[in-house]
Design a binder for this molecule. Structure first.
Ligand SMILES: *Cc1c(COP(=O)(O)O)cnc(C)c1O
Length: 468
């Protein structure tokens, strides 16, 4: 079993080997010291509905972590029930809905969401029975405030909420965020601030001070719970005082009927990770992490801007904790797509960044504070070398369809098997950034993404093979 798991781990390209610059996902170091305690039976073997006198330690931990998250966000209370960011959105919007109902405002069902929002935002609003109205985005990527104003006026007392993301999904600190909160409040609406990008705020600014009423925090992003492969996560919500009566609870524990998850504290067993992270870092450490995360992203944006346009930046030409690299001009000139760059990065020993989100044809890069300068430079060197490989196509020195970008990634089979490509095996397998001794070898060549997703092939051995 151990050998089987080791083999799978060797095929994987995880954070224990290289940076995972997935924009919007905040893939940061999950320190072993933070992870160990969740395997202790005291944390892992208790039932979610154990009598409260048997779960006093958990209560202390949850209360203390909630207290710390309130201080970090500027909110008055935290609900630890939601298991993901999306579930937090759902819980937060249900709280907003219940708040309006309690005031006799049953007609407030309109939810304004900018077109730049994460897909979970409109999905959650829809699930809460709200009607989604999309707000436009200006050419510079910011929420179009005049469109927002017009829509708040148009919908008036039917306005339930706005969902905004700060810093935005474009990786920029929008300067109109306070104004947006004021406009929406002026029409009796509530502000849901998507807190998935809190890694750019902790210790520096607080959603509660900006004017927001409720946010979810992705503990599996900002607060170190590992989330490669899809979970488990925690998406607690913070709320201002007036929304506290509408937080989810559980009939078994606090008599509240409104629940969003089967257990009163969601996936409580992974909370020790976030709690130890806060304790190990301390307040000053958390603030320093934010600063380094922003510095790292800006360093990458600056270095890459000589080869790729950075799609959005703020007034001072800076980004927040991530940046969107525009590959569309390159694609137009050379035929090299974001997929080709992503696959080539695998040859270089990197997990590719987020592709075509939130803008098609771009790459979204988020280094986080976990990466040191050497690793960030290795990544930038690889990206700049890829630009030069594309230039060879532009200049006619390389074939448009048969080149090291279109054929990436390259495997050991390519290294030792027959070879008739117009570039060397050295170029194929050891591009800039790739280690010679600790080289990451992808187990397979490129699989056509869309075709592979739509045409499942069962690779299991036939049942007959198991007959003794
Ligand atoms: C990740 C993310 C979400 C959703 O969080 P999940 O935990 O994946 O459900 C929502 N909004 C933004 C901006 C995100 O980056």
């Amino acid at each position: 079993m151990t050998r089987y798991m080791r083999r799978l781990a060797d095929r994987d390209l995880a954070l224990d080997r290289a940076m995972i610059p997935l924009g919007s996902c905040t893939m940061k170091l999950n320190a072993t010291a933070e992870m160990l305690p969740i395997s202790w039976p005291e944390f892992s073997e208790i039932h979610p509905f154990a009598p409260s006198d048997q779960a006093k330690g958990y209560k202390r931990l949850i209360d203390d972590l909630s207290d710390k998250l309130c201080k970090i966000t500027g909110y008055d209370a935290i609900s630890m029930q939601p298991n993901s960011g999306a579930q937090g959105e759902y819980a937060g919007l249900l709280a907003i809905r219940a708040y309006h109902l309690s005031r006799g405002d049953a007609q407030r069902t309109i939810c304004l969401i900018p077109s730049s929002a994460h897909g979970t935002n409109p999905a959650s609003a829809q699930m809460c029975g709200m009607e989604v109205v999309v707000v436009g985005v200006s050419p510079n990527g910011d929420v179009d405030v005049s469109d927002l104003k017009a829509k708040t006026e148009q919908y008036g007392d039917r306005l339930a909420a706005v969902m905004i993301t700060y810093p935005s999904t474009h990786g920029v600190f929008e300067e109109t965020v306070r104004e947006i909160c004021q406009i929406v409040h002026g029409h009796g609406g509530q502000v849901y601030l998507d807190g998935a990008n809190l890694n750019a705020l902790v210790g520096v600014a607080r959603p509660g001070d900006i004017g927001s009423d409720v946010s979810h925090l992705n503990l599996h992003k900002t607060f170190c719970i590992p989330h490669g492969g899809g979970g488990p996560g925690m998406g607690p919500i913070g709320v201002k005082e007036h929304l506290i009566p509408f937080l989810p609870g559980h009939p078994e524990t606090d008599g509240r009927e409104f629940t969003v998850s089967a257990a009163p504290y969601g996936s409580a067993s992974i909370l020790p990770i976030s709690w130890s992270y806060c304790l190990l870092m301390g307040g000053r450490g958390l603030t320093q992490a934010t600063r380094i995360a922003i510095l790292n992203a800006n360093y990458i944006a600056k270095r890459l801007s000589t080869a790729y346009p950075i799609l959005y930046s703020g007034r001072n030409g800076r980004v927040a904790h991530e940046c969107i690299v525009d590959c569309r001009p390159l694609t137009k000139a050379t035929g090299v797509s974001v997929d080709d760059i992503a696959k080539r990065l695998i040859d270089c020993g990197f997990h590719p960044p987020t592709m075509s989100w939130p803008v098609a044809g771009t790459l979204m890069i988020e280094p986080t504070e976990s990466e040191n300068k050497a690793e960030i430079d290795r990544f930038c060197d690889a990206m700049l070398a890829i630009r030069e490989e594309a230039r060879a196509i532009e200049d006619g020195r390389a074939d448009r369809d048969n080149n090291c970008l279109k054929n990436a990634p390259h495997t050991v089979e390519d290294l030792i098997g027959p070879w008739e490509r117009p570039y060397s095996r050295e170029v194929a397998c050891f591009p800039t950034g790739a280690f010679r001794v600790d080289k990451y070898w992808p187990p397979i060549n490129r699989v056509d993404n869309a075709f592979g997703d739509r045409n499942l092939v069962c690779g299991c051995p036939p049942v007959d093979d198991y007959r003794l």
